[in-house]
Design a binder for this molecule. Sequence first.
Ligand code: IMP
Ligand code: MG
Length: 185
Amino acid sequence: MKYKMNPEPPLPPHYMEVLIEEEELRIRVQDLAREVTENLGERDPIIVCVLKGAFVFVADLVRKLDFPFSVDFLRASSYGDSVVTSGEVKLDLDLQQSISNRHVLVVEDIVDTGLTVQYLKASLEARGPASISICSLLHKPANNVKLAPVDYCGFEIPNDFVVGYGLDWQGYYRNLPFIAQVHQT
Ligand code: IMP
Ligand code: MG
């Protein structure tokens, strides 16, 4: 289904097509919450939201979890405003809590090249956690230059640029309740 925001954000000419409907997201998030509960439900984990893109996903996921855990945030950037990865990852904002001897669940919006997840995992592993697992709503397997260890994956998607449900294009479209493919025209 085609989608158009009205008024349109100030972006290059494009049109959008819905790839994953709101209802499909809701059902899959519930499945993921069940898997996470099975593995971490008795481990008092720290759930790490990777800003900014994962904020919508994390908000929905944590409300389906009914066991003790805390939430912390970090911000990694690899893209700037481009739609092509720069291959560089920076930690712009770090966690507030210590993760030493704690079970950590890193929640990402999307794993594309795998560079961000690989970098984050290495950087968090150095702090002596009891375990680290990775949860990503979306995964573009075609682009993995690094073997990205995704323990909980929502959807595998084609190698196209997508927005919505937290994911942005130059800061826009994070509010869409579905995932849409962007076609530049
Ligand atoms: P990676 O390091 O190449 O795996 O890239 C991961 C990051 O790039 C994600 O956390 C997103 O912020 C961003 N990204 C990758 N693909 C897309 C996309 O299709 N739409 C929006 N952001 C994306
Ligand atoms: Mg991200």
